[in-house]
Design a protein around this ligand. Structure first.
Ligand SMILES: Cc1cc2nc3c(=O)[nH]c(=O)nc-3n(C[C@H](O)[C@H](O)[C@H](O)COP(=O)(O)O)c2cc1C
Length: 200
């Protein structure tokens, strides 16, 4: 299929905005794996860098198109989501789900994610953030995104990481499998979007 061997525009979304957060450590490691993979032009969107209010406009972003009244401090995030062919969401687990910062960022957008693949890298306590990922798979389906089966989860990250890397020597190989699947979907879905408008 066309496009499967080309460079895909990958956006890595760092979900946590908490003071003293661990998220950027995981985000940096994932970005490094993606650059080494060779199939992606890699960008990182750290949600802490944008203005993402909780109060939404009256209209739905699904139908408002480019006229949707987003804050100026969100524009770079919207543009990054728009130009991406694929996403990796890096998320912790808060109360058996994902952080409110990420839900707010998702709810300010819609069409940017449509017919594009999303992979997950999660971290947390015993469950390694898997509760957060299960919720995200559900939510992102509403936006017509395609979630990738192989995720990377880091349980008890506070003992499982040292000097910016996981101690699990298998982790880079798991990351490569995830990125291989993401690249395949990125190419397939980009070809599909270019061939015919998505009916949704
Ligand atoms: C509000 C809150 C709720 C949390 N709930 C959970 C949880 O349900 N499961 C879990 O494994 N860890 C939970 N944790 C621990 C987080 O996984 C841990 O604090 C992690 O560092 C959060 O990622 P961050 O540092 O990037 O924000 C919670 C942390 C916070 C701040």
């Amino acid at each position: 299929m066309e496009n499967t061997n080309t460079t895909h525009r990958l956006l890595i979304v760092v979900a946590s905005v908490r003071e003293g957060r661990f998220g950027p450590v995981v985000g940096d490691w994932v970005a490094q794996r993606a650059r080494e993979h060779g199939g992606f032009a890699v960008e990182v969107a750290d949600l802490a860098a944008y203005d993402i209010p909780l109060a939404l406009p009256a209209a739905s972003p699904k139908y408002a198109g480019a006229d949707y009244p987003r804050p100026a401090g969100m524009a770079a995030l919207t543009e990054a989501l728009e130009r991406a062919d694929a996403y990796v969401v890096v998320t912790p687990e808060y109360n058996h789900s994902y952080p409110a910062s990420l839900k707010a960022a998702i709810d300010w957008h819609f069409t940017q994610w449509t017919a594009k693949p999303v992979a997950f890298v999660s971290y947390g306590g015993a469950a390694g953030g898997r509760h957060a990922v299960l919720h995200l798979e559900n939510v992102l389906t509403e936006l017509h995104a395609v979630t990738i089966r192989d995720g990377l989860a880091f349980p008890n990250y506070f003992t499982a990481w040292r000097d910016g890397s996981p101690l699990d020597t298998e982790a880079p190989a798991y990351a490569k499998t995830l990125l291989d699947q993401l690249a395949w979907w990125a190419g397939a879905l980009r070809t599909a979007r270019e061939t015919a408008p998505y009916p949704g």
